[in-house]
Write a protein that binds this ligand. Structure first.
Ligand code: PRP
Ligand code: URA
Length: 209
């Protein structure tokens, strides 16, 4: 079974509590998703491998650490995943950014894929697949299917709010990927919304209905 981790950092928890409030404006919502995305990236990148490299300081030669191994790609699930990208790029500015476009059919709650645009060497990259919401899990599962179809093997899914139903479905469909969330909520309601959740992340981020 894949690893599921709630990132309990106080800054993340505090900012998420403001984000959930129905009074949060589009501007505040956007800023908070950006900030939480950055803080999540700090945790999610904790186990990136390091290698020794020799450098010269103004004083003498020495051996220091640098990030080794696979290069990174951030892949947001459109639309709402876009809100997390800039925050992650603040910490990992050289990462490539792919896009997977997907929306949930509001009747069936099934995801529909409408765009896939990825770095050509996606198979060799460590991927952070990002979307603020993991509800039924349908969108995340289809996005991972899509990445694996293109030979990607090293995928971490990073969300803000997860429902138990979505975590279970994603773990069952893709036991090899690691899942990170800022919160594990109670359940889904009859419309497939996370309870208590934060509403429709895409609409709140972009000010649409
Ligand atoms: C939301 C959210 C996820 C998806 C989660 O996107 O950003 O992608 O729902 O639900 P699921 O786990 O049940 O698949 P939505 O379909 O509303 O599209 P949007 O980002 O364009 O608003
Ligand atoms: N998508 C959202 O944006 N919010 C939810 O609660 C569920 C799916």
């Amino acid at each position: 079974m894949s690893k599921f981790q709630v990132v309990e950092h106080p800054l993340i928890q505090h900012k998420l509590s403001i984000l959930r409030r129905k009074e949060a404006s589009t501007k505040e919502f956007r800023e908070l998703v950006d900030e939480i995305g950055m803080l999540m990236a700090y945790e999610v990148s904790r186990d990136l491998p390091l290698e020794d490299v020799e450098i010269e300081t103004p004083v003498q030669k020495t051996t220091v650490k640098q990030i080794a191994g696979k290069k990174l790609a951030i892949v947001p699930i459109l639309r709402a995943g876009i809100g997390m990208v800039d925050g992650i790029l603040k910490l990992i500015p050289a990462a490539r950014v792919g896009h997977i476009g997907m929306y949930r059919d509001e009747e069936t709650l099934k995801p529909v894929e409408y765009l896939v645009k990825l770095p050509t060497d996606i198979a060799e990259r460590q991927i952070f697949l990002v979307d603020p919401m993991l509800a039924t899990g349908g969108s995340a599962i289809l996005a991972v299917d899509s990445l694996k179809k293109r030979q990607a093997t090293n995928i971490k899914f990073v969300c803000l709010v997860a429902a138990p139903e979505g975590v279970k479905a994603l773990q069952e469909a893709h036991p090899d990927i690691e899942i990170y969330a800022a919160a594990l909520d109670e359940k889904l309601n009859e419309h497939g919304y996370i309870v208590p959740g934060l509403g429709d992340a895409g609409d709140r981020l972009f000010g649409t209905k």
